[in-house]
Write a protein that binds this ligand. Structure first.
Ligand SMILES: Cc1ncc(C[n+]2csc(CCOP(=O)(O)OP(=O)(O)O)c2C)c(N)n1
Length: 301
């Protein structure tokens, strides 16, 4: 897992009129990470975080099918965008406002696999909401992640509140399957903001590799060709290809990371499953001030 530390890479790419920082030629054919000042260690941390998100997510689908996690909404396809954005930010200063597919981003910000499973399995020790929210509603004060509501797009006013945004803002569009393209864009946005140049709207173009959630079947509404095409843009493959073609990750390191990730997922799940559920009497805690859930079991006696 990446350490909570800040980096200050220099962006040498040029911003075009619409603020698009990624020059296709530039980032695809020459070493983007060098321009961004990213060390091999940091790149491997990014990749491992993507693998960890994917492994947790895959485990969650299984838990859902086994009836152990009530609902799952997947991050698959969003790992590159999540990692690229989170790694470009300062974990000691910046605030994240995620949505339900932001697993890789929140892991990079300090959420642990155990936090994720405690939340997904609605345990009392779930540090997000104490087992009161649906799975994938990330929010964690210690990691500077604002709590997320279920209503679509409500994170936008939250984020605007946090960032004091106005209209007519600087914007750019990036390939969200490429963590380095997203990193470059978010780093530039953060640098602009810190220099007092205002907010940036970044459109991060991602693929969704799964159905909308565990409760629908996308074969009924998405053509096979479209689903197949998305699989060719799997951000994990995109980044692995990048790292190996630049000699930054060999087979052995890749294998070792995947083993480590699986071990971490299995042990976190084991611990989360053994954890206690919240007691029924605490159902109103943190929801209504000063209201205690009646003890129905006593009344039925
Ligand atoms: C205000 C509101 N209306 C409807 C829903 C139900 N809902 C949950 S996710 C979703 C689709 C969101 O689509 P998009 O933002 O494109 O993200 P995707 O899930 O496809 O990644 C809807 C309609 C909701 N959560 N909130």
């Amino acid at each position: 897992m990446p350490k909570r530390r800040s980096v200050r890479p220099r962006i040498s790419g040029t911003a075009t009129a619409n603020g698009f920082v990624r020059d296709e030629q530039d980032l695809c054919e020459t070493a983007a990470h060098e321009k961004l000042g990213l060390s091999t260690q940091r790149l491997q941390d990014m990749f491992e975080t993507m693998l960890l998100a994917r492994a947790i997510d895959e485990r969650q689908w299984i838990l859902n099918r086994q009836g152990r996690e009530p609902f799952h909404i997947s991050c698959q396809g969003h790992e590159g965008s999540g990692v690229g954005s989170a790694f470009a930010l300062d974990l000691d200063r910046d605030v994240m406002v995620p949505y339900y597919r932001s697993l890789a981003a929140v892991l990079a910000f300090g959420v642990t696999p155990l936090d994720v499973f405690l939340s997904a399995l609605a345990k009392a020790d779930d540090p997000m909401t104490g087992g009161r929210q649906m799975p994938a509603h990330y929010g964690l004060a210690r990691a500077r992640i604002l709590t997320s509501g279920s209503s679509v797009a409500t994170q936008i006013p939250h984020a605007t509140g946090a960032a004091a945004v106005g209209y007519g803002m600087f914007g750019c569009s990036v390939d969200g399957t490429d963590p380095l393209a997203v990193y470059a864009a978010v780093k530039q946005a953060a640098d602009r903001a810190r220099a007092g140049e205002g907010p940036t709207l970044i459109e991060s173009n991602v693929v969704r590799l799964t159905p909308h959630s565990s409760d629908d079947d996308d074969r009924r509404y998405r053509p096979e060709a479209e689903r197949e095409e998305a699989r060719h843009h799997d951000p994990i493959d995109v980044f692995r290809t990048y790292l190996s073609s630049h000699g930054l990750l060999d087979e052995a390191a890749d294998f070792e990371m995947r083993e480590r990730v699986q071990t971490s997922v299995e042990s976190a799940l084991e611990e989360a499953e053994a954890a206690a559920p919240p007691s029924p009497e605490t159902a109103f805690d943190h929801v209504y001030a000063g209201v205690r859930m009646p003890n129905f079991r006593d009344r039925l006696r």
